[in-house]
Design a protein around this ligand. Structure first.
Ligand SMILES: [Cu+2]
Length: 141
């Protein structure tokens, strides 16, 4: 009897660990790896919704032009796309109203991993970034 309850405790911990692992796995989006197209431009289509960018993890090559088409698929909520890494040539602050799409163009100069995020906030509610609306831009050498 004593052995059995010990087993139950272990199994519960295993189950708990496993369920956490699975839920983390589901929220981690795959990396979208961009390569230059025939005209040399690296392009991505990014959906902005409450409160996520899809894809939220994008890999690009340094020194080559990038074009992101940002589409806000929210019904009412405005979103934006902010990158604040001027030393790397990554400085964007673009508003995308509900239902709108906006195209941004830039060239990343310095390899590394950079964040982008939405800082919209309604009244006293948490900002969209605090709700998880951020992503990673990986710049390959
Ligand atoms: Cu937002």
């Amino acid at each position: 009897m004593r052995n059995k309850s010990w087993m139950v405790v272990v199994l519960c911990w295993v189950a708990l660990f496993f369920s956490f692992g699975v839920s983390f796995g589901e929220t981690d989006q795959e990396v979208l790896v961009l390569e230059p197209e025939a005209d040399g431009v690296q392009r991505a289509f990014i959906v902005l919704d409450s409160y996520v960018y899809t894809p939220s993890h994008i890999s690009i090559q340094a020194g080559k032009p990038v074009e992101f088409r940002l589409e806000n698929q929210s019904f009412l909520t405005p979103h934006n796309f902010i990158m604040d890494h001027p030393d790397a040539g990554l400085q964007q602050d673009v508003n995308v109203d509900a239902g709108d799409d906006v195209t941004i163009r830039f060239v990343a100069q310095v390899p590394g991993t950079y964040t982008f995020y939405c800082d919209k906030q309604l009244l006293f509610f948490p900002s969209h970034r605090e709700e998880g609306m951020e992503g990673l831009l990986e710049v390959r050498p």
